[in-house]
Design a protein around this ligand. Structure first.
Ligand code: ZN
Length: 191
């Protein structure tokens, strides 16, 4: 299955790590995912994004739009494959907004792209912003859906990989019980 090939790429590029990790939330997990690690490689980005492009190939799209920063590489590549315009939103005083002279015309058909969706917060904000500008939302394409399909944007959506992050508090962590050293991803420090 195609999802296995994508998993293989995640593991090969160390985007998906397996072990014993301290997450930024303070909870422990047996896996850690850093999408930027896979997006370092244009050939992998091209292959993975082609799954999103393929899904939306029969949809009429004017513009691809992504929330900064994570979604930019994904949106740019999807837009390149579709040969459509690409823009991104950024947060300004906490609000998701179009800057740099980017505009959306009334009735413009937009496809939203993101790297990783957990609760979908950023994507929902982009949808809201695009709708405020009078756009029609064609759909949402994401590389990883960490809600395991639970997040519903109310438009056609595709993720190239679905997973559910299982995390534990320090007290209940089975890996701690096995005395496996816990690693904070992104640093060499071992607690
Ligand atoms: Zn632990």
């Amino acid at each position: 299955m195609e999802e296995n090939k994508i998993l293989e790429i995640f593991l090969k590029t160390n985007a998906l790590l397996r072990g014993h990790f301290l997450l930024t939330s303070g909870r422990h997990s047996d896996q850690y995912f850093q999408c930027a690690k896979v997006l370092q490689y244009p050939e992998h980005t091209e292959f993975i994004c082609s799954k999103i492009t393929g899904y939306f190939k029969n949809h009429e799209i004017d513009t691809v739009i992504s929330p900064a920063i994570g979604g930019i590489v994904v949106g740019q590549e999807v837009a390149r494959q579709l040969n459509k315009r690409f823009i991104f939103t950024e947060r300004e005083n906490g609000k998701m907004t179009l800057r740099r002279g980017f505009t959306i015309e009334k009735g413009e058909r937009v496809l939203i792209c993101e790297d990783v969706v957990t609760t979908g917060g950023s994507v929902f904000e982009v949808i809201e912003n695009a709708k405020e500008n009078g756009a029609e939302i064609v759909g949402v394409g994401m590389i990883v859906d960490r809600s395991n399909g639970k997040v519903d944007f109310g438009v056609p959506q595709i993720s190239t990989f679905q997973t559910e992050v299982i995390s534990y508090s320090h007290d209940e962590c089975p890996l701690c019980k096995e005395n496996i050293p816990v690693v904070k991803p992104g640093s060499r420090k071992i607690k």
